[in-house]
Design a protein. Sequence first.
Length: 197
Amino acid sequence: MNRKKLFILMILLLSLVLSYGCGKKAVDAPGDPREISAEERARLAEEERRKAMERQAMEERRLQEERLAREREQTQDERQAQEIVDEILATRIHYDFDSYELRPEARKALQQISEHMKRFRELRLVIEGHCDERGTAEYNLALGERRARAAYEFLILLGVGSDRMQIISYGEERPLDPRSNESAWAQNRRAEFKVLQ
């Protein structure tokens, strides 16, 4: 029986030794701030400050890029608006003798003006009616008004608001060409456009 007891005792000792070797070791918690050295805390604080500065710099860069994009857009819109104004100011439509009927090329020019006015809602126009020197001053004032009104009404048909346009007649008072011949008269029978500021 002694052998049996000895054998059991050896097995118990062996199991005790093995269980001691397989036991869990205590591990320090890495995030416990009480156990972090002052040097490590300073390093972590510096790293957090650097990350915050990077985030702030990125946000400032993003805001600056947005602002520059808006300025470029605004500048481009202003340039386009000025080009449109210049184009409108350069537009003249001409009429036949003693007529205020719009020619096909005049309708095409008015179509272009209406598209510009629809795009740039702040544009407002004065449409000026002009005549050549033939006829009385009163008759030419009335004819100049009918010419300006024909352009005005066509622009309304194209969708331009009447509140954005005015008409005026100068009759024969402002000729483009002061000569008294058919070429000069053809140039003087016209409507012109001014942009209101």
